[in-house]
Design a protein around this ligand. Structure first.
Ligand SMILES: C[S@@+](CC[C@H](N)C(=O)[O-])C[C@H]1O[C@@H](n2cnc3c(N)ncnc32)[C@H](O)[C@@H]1O
Length: 246
């Protein structure tokens, strides 16, 4: 993989990631998607952007839920190749990062993003651009890895401290890129404090509507025992915000 190759275009990483999603770790199915969908507005007749759309599963779901149009954006050509296998006249795809994307002002009713914005190096700048793309009363709903997870620097996982599994947050206040080994690849993510997520929204002129830190239910833990680790600290942050009507 060269420095310019999008992470999800690295063949070995892509294959390992697809295998993980096909196996269903439970994080997406049991926690992230239900939490995100609880915070979505009714999507009928909305013009929607799915930022970091991956293989297009959510973009297609939005079209099925009667969105007027869905634009799926992702920097990975491999991901978009999977997405484009499913033809849907309401959905189109663009290969770009969130940072590169350029859209007309006031052209969208809903921006949704699933587990992609922790790859964005300047979240406050992106929030300002998203606020510009939204029409009055438009919605933003997104999920990211929780700031207590990205706090670790580097993100090496769970250490054992005093015979107890622990999750260190000693670098929580230090906002910067984070490196993590994932599927034998060094992955770069960005850590933002919870307060930065909120202040980025409000500085962009958006109003916070809801915050969720979903954790597994007892039934989910029974189905997927690996989810027990997420009872110690929340793995995800889900945020809903809205642009004022005027
Ligand atoms: C964990 S996957 C999630 C994919 C999809 N949203 C889902 O939930 O199945 C993260 C996605 O974010 C994309 N991504 C990475 N960096 C990005 C960036 N800077 N802007 C937009 N998307 C990005 C990746 O290519 C990948 O498809």
């Amino acid at each position: 993989m060269t420095a310019d190759t999008p992470l999800y275009d690295d063949p070995a990483f892509f294959t390992a990631y697809q295998r993980m999603r096909a196996a269903g770790s439970g994080l997406n199915e049991e926690l992230e998607q239900p939490a995100l969908r609880r915070l979505l507005p009714a999507v009928a007749d909305l013009d929607v952007l799915d930022l970091g759309c991956g293989d297009g599963t959510q973009a297609r779901w939005l079209a099925t839920a009667a969105a007027r149009s869905v634009l799926g954006v992702d920097p990975s050509a491999r991901m978009l190749e999977l997405a484009r296998r499913h033809k849907n006249p309401l959905v189109r795809y663009v290969c770009a990062t969130a940072e590169e994307l350029s859209l007309p002002d006031a052209s969208l009713d809903l921006v949704v993003s699933s587990l992609a914005l922790h790859y964005v190096p300047d979240l406050p700048a992106l929030m300002t651009r998203i606020a510009g793309w939204l029409r009055p009363a438009g919605h933003l709903v997104y999920s990211v890895e929780h700031p207590v997870c990205t706090a670790q620097h580097p993100m090496t996982g769970w250490p054992n401290e005093h015979d107890r599994t622990a999750w260190p947050i000693t670098a929580y206040g230090y906002e910067s890129s984070r490196s993590q080994r994932w599927f034998n690849t060094t992955v770069t993510k960005y850590h933002y404090k919870l307060s930065t997520h909120i202040s980025a929204l409000t500085a962009a002129g958006l109003t916070l509507v809801a915050l969720d830190e979903p954790q597994p239910t007892p039934a989910a833990v029974t189905r997927q025992p690996d989810l027990t680790q997420h009872l110690i600290r929340p793995p995800l942050l889900v945020v809903a915000a809205r642009k004022p009507t005027t």
